[in-house]
Design a protein around this ligand. Structure first.
Ligand code: NAG
Ligand code: NAG
Ligand code: CU
Length: 699
């Protein structure tokens, strides 16, 4: 909030009757959504003791009272008297909230926004144009607080005369004009808040240079994990989930809250999955050749569940040999799954590897795939040290571990498993919850992370790690740092081979938005440079995800989730401002012409088959004749906790044909082209991607 410090002036000493004071609704509250999208929680049988600013008589119901409050410029709290039918608008001072059967309490929530929910007005002065969005606030640092500013217009005028003022907030109650700090170096978050009005410099967007973010997409759960459902001819659904609670977790819930978001139509639905008795919060995930996603462990730590895109149903898989949470798994060249680590849940030791055999539907312990060589050193100990390994399946059933530890390793999955050191990634620091992506075969970009899991300064360092023959040392190249240090960021490899990094914070701190990095960055492997792109609306830190969609855009969402000790308990005390049950979709610069219009995309009119063997041939027919097309497979991802071990980009280099007809010969090594569902993108000569067709790659 822009001005908490001022509230003390308004609070009267008589407000603080400490008996029976509550800070959460003791019974189930209900939600009322106002016309501008501001949400109000209605808590029955309670009262707010404190100054009333206006009393309206003969109001039919508490909902009608909430409606009046919503319509009033400066009402964000109200009390409805069920006996007299008076609706009391309350002031800005601290209130004493108490149980009282006679009254119902209405309280507005701040809601983070990416666009002004109202009609904006403009303000122009000295050649500078500003947009004014009333009833909203920008949280975050101010560089100047100017008192005795009589009107919103005066505040806009002040901002327009201050060099570097691009955003200001006006508090009409306290008559203060807040000049906001530089958004490029401070975390500024825009939200509804009826006490304030926001003044923003109108700067022409340049999506061809910076990309563009969509409006906020509200979801019924915090998207802590996500999977793009492989559907034919093209994927269009994002499946996301949290824990037993849509905005909360804690304990072994035996169920999981899901939402299904159709990124073509915008349709959203929610779903509770309880038939596998598996709380899938904080799991490992890997998708198989047939598109089934195996979700392993987490809060119900030994359990596994399959999601089958063909039936849209969940079924139980066999329990792992070892209960795990925060382990990482990969689908191997032989369509089995290797998993390792995960001391966060279950026993806090000995999380050596194990293998899921897809044909026999069984797990086997791999004691030779020792976890000890991949441990980080963490202030919280082993609980954190084997978490979120950067795993890549590779040739001949092997697995390469690129981080987050300083050391790198190869794991073998034959027999009882094996481990071979692969050299040093970074001699300086562990990089827990850094990001990693294979942007072309054997080439891994990694970046960010922090030495300790939480309460630890993030770094901005980036590396390209090159692998080829299993069990030989990897080659690590330090490349330029990101513009921002980032812990808990996410990375997505785009069809053109660039890697988009979103979110994260300067200092890793679980369950906070503190020092969140709103600006996306794009790594170009050809030039080995980073470019800063458009800022997202809210921080995406711990428990956030990003994932490539079939249209070449990127979904970025989630962050937060509130710890509640008891399964099923109310989340009413949780801080909704750091719990992000939402996402935004980023359109990378390649989707725009220089004038900001949508770039013309190549279209795939048909493909010869939806299922192709590793090393097989795929015919592709384009909608229009073109030259210098590029053909690319990107494995459809699954993501949680900054880990997307399913994604991988494979350019198709053996392509014949011209005009509209092409034949691609796929790579013949299933350790490079891991079996599974892929996006097939065709890129134009200028790098604009088609909509992807789904192609299943089989052994
Ligand atoms: C593949 O791995 C197996 C088991 O580790 C090993 O015996 C075999 O020599 C490897 N094959 C190649 C071609 O490297
Ligand atoms: C596999 O592909 C490589 C080129 O990527 C080629 O050199 C090799 O001969 C192929 N092997 C087989 C068995 O087709
Ligand atoms: Cu978690």
């Amino acid at each position: 909030m822009a001005s908490l410090k001022l509230l003390g002036l308004l609070a009267a000493a008589t407000l603080f009757h400490t008996t029976h004071a509550i800070n959460a609704c003791p019974v189930a509250d209900t939600l009322f959504t106002g016309t501008g999208g501001i949400r109000y929680r209605i808590c029955p049988d309670t009262d707010l003791i404190g100054e009333s600013t206006l009393v309206t008589a003969n109001v039919a119901s508490v909902t009608a009272c909430a409606q009046l409050c919503d319509q009033a410029m400066n009402c964000f709290k109200a009390v409805y008297d069920t006996q007299t039918r008076d609706c009391h608008f309350k002031g800005f001072g601290n209130m004493n909230w108490q149980p009282n059967a006679r009254f119902d309490v209405v309280q507005a929530e701040q809601v983070n926004i990416a666009r002004c929910p109202y009609a904006e007005t403009t303000y122009t002065n000295g050649g500078r144009n500003f947009k004014i969005c009333r009833d909203t606030d920008i949280r975050g640092d101010n560089v100047q607080n100017i008192g005795n500013v009589a009107t919103l217009n005066d505040c806009a005028q002040r901002c327009s005369t201050i060099a570097g003022c691009t955003q200001a907030v006006y508090d009409s109650t306290a008559q203060v004009c807040y000049i906001k700090a530089d958004a490029r170096t401070n975390t500024l978050i825009w939200s509804t808040d009826k006490r304030f009005d926001v003044i923003r410099q109108d700067i022409a967007a340049n999506p061809a240079a910076n990309g563009a973010w969509s409006d906020m997409i509200r979801l019924p759960v915090i998207p802590v994990a996500a999977y793009v459902v492989p559907e034919y001819p093209s994927a269009q659904r994002l499946l996301v989930f949290s824990s037993w609670g849509s905005d909360s977790f804690g304990g072994e819930g035996g169920r999981t809250q899901f939402a299904d978001y159709n990124f073509n139509s915008g349709a959203v639905s929610s779903r509770t999955v309880s038939n596998t008795q598996h709380d899938m919060f904080c799991p490992a995930m890997s998708s198989l050749q047939d598109g089934r996603l195996l979700i392993q462990g987490g809060s119900d730590a030994a359990k596994t569940s399959f999601y089958d895109p063909r039936t849209n149903a969940f079924t139980s898989g066999p329990n792992m040999k070892m209960a795990r949470g925060y382990q990482v798994s990969v689908t191997l060249s032989n369509n089995n799954i290797f998993t390792i680590g995960g001391a966060y849940s279950g026993p806090r030791q000995g999380k050596d590897g194990e293998l899921y055999n897809t044909a026999s539907n069984t797990w086997t312990a791999l004691p030779g795939a020792r976890v000890a060589p991949l441990l980080t050193t963490d202030a919280e100990g082993i609980w954190r040290e084997d978490n979120h390994a950067w795993l890549f399946a590779w040739k001949n059933g092997s697995v390469f571990q690129a981080g987050p530890s300083k050391a790198m390793n190869w794991y073998g999955t034959a027999g009882t498993g094996s481990q071979t050191a692969a050299g040093t990634r970074d001699p300086t620091d562990d990089a827990m919850c850094g990001v990693f992506a294979m942007y072309e075969p054997g080439k891994i970009l990694s970046a960010g992370g922090s030495p300790d899991y939480t309460n630890s300064d993030a770094n901005a360092r980036a590396h390209i790690t090159t692998i080829n023959t299993p069990n030989t040392n990897a080659v690590v190249e330090r490349v330029p740092d990101m513009a921002y240090p980032r812990g808990f960021a996410n990375a997505v490899v785009l069809p053109d081979g660039q890697v988009l990094v979103t979110g994260g914070q300067r200092r890793s701190m679980v369950f906070t938005d503190t020092a969140g990095i709103l600006y996306a960055e794009l790594f170009n492997p050809a030039t080995k440079t980073w470019k800063t792109l458009a800022p997202e609306a809210v921080p995406r830190n711990y428990h956030a995800v990003s994932i490539l969609l079939a249209d070449g855009r990127v979904f970025s969402g989630g962050g937060g989730l509130c710890y509640i000790a008891q399964v099923g308990a109310s989340s009413v005390n949780c801080n909704k401002l750091v719990d992000h049950a939402d996402g935004q979709i980023f359109s990378p610069p390649y989707l725009f012409n220089t004038d900001g219009s949508a770039a013309a995309r190549p279209t795939i009119s048909s493909i010869g088959a939806t299922s192709v063997k590793v090393g097989g041939r795929l015919t592709i027919t384009m909608g229009a004749s073109a030259t210098n097309l590029k053909f690319v497979l990107v494995r459809i991802g699954s993501v949680t906790h900054s880990v997307n071990s399913d994604q991988r980009r494979i350019p198709l280099t053996s392509v014949t044909g011209s005009g509209t007809s092409y034949t691609a010969t796929l790579p013949n090594d299933s350790g490079v082209l891991i079996p599974g569902a892929y996006y097939l993108f065709v890129l134009s000569a200028s790098g604009v991607p088609s909509m992807a067709r789904t192609v299943q790659v089989t052994l």
